[in-house]
Design a protein around this ligand. Structure first.
Ligand code: ACO
Length: 448
């Protein structure tokens, strides 16, 4: 099969959100810390009516309906998530609910987990299947779904929640370049979830930032080497139309783009901007380059305009909803599609996926006009997501209510024998929600 990639994409995030500007005041943080310092506008979160399973059910059912996909025509479902509801039973097994009626139980794939990287692991598995000798011509679906919640403290404003589903197959309008993928994996303790009784991670915030940027450097240099080997040309940002990064918070994405420019400077690649101001930092040790504030400031200044054109279009959902963990990178891609629509045709997108602990990959997506008989095109994809409506129709709740919900969710996590008590009117029509967890921890869902 040729041009295997993303045929269609569907995004979901909960209806409730809290304004970061109000959260700053409530947390007694200095004005601008969350909005400018972290670069975030709002934070989306689940009440006890929703979880990663219900959000996954919602995106997959919407995807099937919006594109009239016959459920028997799906041969693989891969799920990426780091939100543990069950240590054994996969989210994928719950998604089989949607296929029961059609009688299709012949669907390979289960869940992949490593912090925010699971969605990318799922995507690579699905891509490999479609390109393999075991492919039977049916679609694969990739689901990335997470609820990102942190204990009270400096990490809490970097939460978020949501899910993305992608239909994978050949002749895709968003095809993956399969010969130029770079991966960097290492053993680190920057963010992990050793306490199985709590939904909250143990996080060393400063270490996560350095690990993320080191992984970005390693992947960019490796993908550059592979690109050069194939094209006999040095890779630089001038060869890339858009950059989409995993977005824990927008400021780190701004810094990542600046860092790519620094790599171009170190590698003497062609440049998209005047790099003269960087000569003052030539030859500084790599370790220092991560912590030198003057260098960072210079990089942020010279990359600002290019950031606005190459990266900002993918920042919409990540800034408005927050970190969706596994779904974050793909919500960024959906934002880019939403802003560019058919103008995205013929572009090269650099994708950077990062999951603490750590697993990271960088790859290119190439957008194209599919063949005439295809019903999957960029214009239709952008329309079908209905992102403007999803974003604008949300509730804004107070920080007090947000914190109360977090307290309620702490009692729900790992619990049984309860019926959700949050108001059901905070769930949109057509959305799957949890109706109860019985004494044997069995969860039931319904579509509103
Ligand atoms: N106006 C403008 N900017 C401000 C203000 C203000 N009033 N106050 C602070 N800032 C800036 C700071 O200078 C800083 O900017 P910098 O990063 O350029 O230095 C930024 O706001 C954040 O302030 P810090 O004091 O560094 O924030 P803190 O250490 O309290 O928390 C952190 C930030 C570490 C990101 C925390 O929220 C966290 O641990 N989050 C979870 C981990 C995470 O998301 N890591 C990212 C990769 S791993 C992953 O995806 C989970």
């Amino acid at each position: 099969p040729q041009n295997v990639g993303i045929l269609a994409i569907e995004v979901y995030f909960p209806c409730n959100s809290v304004l970061q500007s109000e959260l700053e005041v409530f947390d007694k943080a200095s004005t601008g810390k969350y909005t400018i310092g972290l670069g975030q506008d709002r934070l989306g979160f689940c009440t006890d009516h929703e979880d990663v399973i219900s959000m996954s059910l919602t995106v997959v059912q919407n995807l099937l309906e919006k594109y009239s996909i016959d459920p028997t025509n799906v041969g693989r479902i891969e799920v990426g998530s780091e939100t543990v509801i069950d240590k054994s039973k996969s989210i994928k097994s719950c998604l089989m609910l949607l296929f029961q009626k059609s009688g299709n139980s012949d669907i390979e794939g289960v869940d992949s987990t490593n912090a925010c990287y699971g969605g990318t692991a799922a995507l690579l598995n699905a891509m490999n299947w479609v390109e393999s000798s075991s492919w039977d011509g049916r679609y694969a679906i990739v689901v990335a779904s997470d609820s990102a919640v942190y204990a009270e403290g400096p990490a809490r404003p970097t939460g978020g929640a949501g899910a993305v589903a992608m239909l994978i197959g050949p002749d895709a309008p968003i095809a993956m370049n399969r010969t130029c993928i770079a991966t960097y994996m290492a053993h680190t303790y920057d963010f992990y979830k050793p306490n199985l009784a709590s939904e909250y991670p143990v996080v060393d915030g400063k270490l996560t930032q350095i690990c993320y940027l080191r992984a970005l450097d390693a992947c960019y240099n490796l993908i550059g080497q592979k690109y050069e080997k194939q094209s006999q040309q040095k890779l630089s940002l001038s060869d890339i139309d858009f950059v989409v990064c995993h977005s824990p918070y927008n400021k780190l994405v701004q810094k990542s783009f600046a860092r790519l420019l620094y790599n171009d400077f170190c590698n003497h690649g062609a440049s998209v901007v005047d790099l003269k101001p960087l000569h003052a930092y030539a030859g500084i040790p790599v370790a220092e380059s991560y912590t030198n504030r003057d260098l960072e400031k210079t990089l942020m200044t010279i990359s600002k305009e290019e950031y606005a054109s190459k990266v900002h279009p993918s920042a919409l959902i990540p800034k408005q909803v927050g970190n969706m963990y596994c779904a974050s990178l793909y919500a960024g891609l959906a934002s880019l599609l939403h802003s560019q629509r058919e103008k995205l045709t013929g572009k090269r997108i650099l994708m950077f996926s990062y999951g603490s602990g750590l697993a990271s990959s960088m790859f290119f997506l190439e957008t194209r006009d599919p063949s005439l008989q295809s019903r999957f095109n960029l214009h239709h994809l952008a329309d079908s997501m209905g992102l403007s409506h999803l974003l604008e129709s949300r509730n804004i709740v107070t920080p007090e209510e947000f914190n109360k919900t977090m307290e309620l969710m702490e009692t729900r996590y790992g619990g049984c024998n309860f019926v959700p008590s949050s108001p059901l009117n905070q769930i949109r029509e057509g959305v799957y929600h949890l109706t109860g967890v019985d004494e044997k921890f069995r969860r039931t869902y319904e579509r509103k």
